[in-house]
Design a protein around this ligand. Structure first.
Ligand SMILES: N[C@@H](CCC(=O)N[C@@H](CS)C(=O)NCC(=O)O)C(=O)O
Length: 217
């Protein structure tokens, strides 16, 4: 199968971690920011990431729908084990909505600065400003200390949990960890210093989850 992603996308990196935890062989396709022809043709016009194309040609868009499709049978028993299906999905949704809403504002100015060409930076800025208003990237950079403090508050209960057990729901990784990881890797891809300033404990957790992936076959 093929996973279309942008390296800094929390939703794409969550999906990639799910595939890795499940030991599903896949090819990563780093989407060209300014030319999404392949993606548009594949999906009929949806050009967000992630998009998953399975070997039989089935195409699924939206990370939650991809997770719902992947997490059935043995895969669900592994990454959404009973009786915790409800809390695990709810924690993943918290990561994708509440947590992401703060963390992407912290990461976005650095993602913007990292684009190599002026037109990529301009296009990135345009997509953000059309949704969040003119000057949003500068405003988020200016408010970074307050945004980091809000993120620490949101993550504090999780950090307490992770002081007592290796993963969010216990001894083994679940969908919840993949969703949290997606958000953390968005931060470290933007600027590793950002994740460190959020909490050094999260770097150790990120490495622990990466080490828990089965070896690629
Ligand atoms: N609800 C979607 C959200 C997907 C999404 O917003 N993806 C962003 C990256 S995080 C994207 O593709 N943005 C396009 C762009 O930046 O041009 C999901 O969970 O997959």
């Amino acid at each position: 199968m093929k996973l279309y992603r942008l390296r800094y996308s929390s939703f794409a990196r969550k999906t990639q971690m799910l595939l890795e935890l499940l030991g599903l062989k896949h090819e990563l396709v780093e989407v060209n920011y300014g030319d999404r022809t392949e993606l548009a043709e594949l999906t009929g016009g949806y050009i967000y990431v992630p998009v998953l194309q399975e070997d039989d040609g089935t195409v699924t868009v939206d990370s939650r729908r991809i997770a719902e499709r992947l997490l059935v049978g043995e895969a669900a028993r592994k990454l959404v084990p009973a009786p915790l299906q409800g809390p695990i999905w709810a924690y993943a949704d918290f990561c994708d909505a509440v947590l992401e809403d703060v963390l992407f504002r912290i990461a976005s100015p650095a993602v913007h600065a990292a684009w190599k060409t002026p037109w990529e930076r301009a296009l990135y800025q345009l997509t953000k400003e059309r949704k969040f208003g003119a000057g949003c990237l500068e405003a988020w950079l200016k408010d970074q200390a307050a945004l980091l403090e809000r993120a620490r508050q949101l993550l504090q209960p999780t950090l307490h949990t992770l002081e007592q057990q290796p993963f969010v729901f216990g001894e083994r990784p679940t969908l919840a960890d993949a969703a949290l990881y997606g958000n953390l890797v968005m931060m470290s891809e933007a600027d590793p210093a950002l994740l460190r300033s959020l909490s050094p404990g999260l770097i150790a957790y990120q490495e622990r989850l990466e080490a828990a992936r089965p070896a690629a076959g």
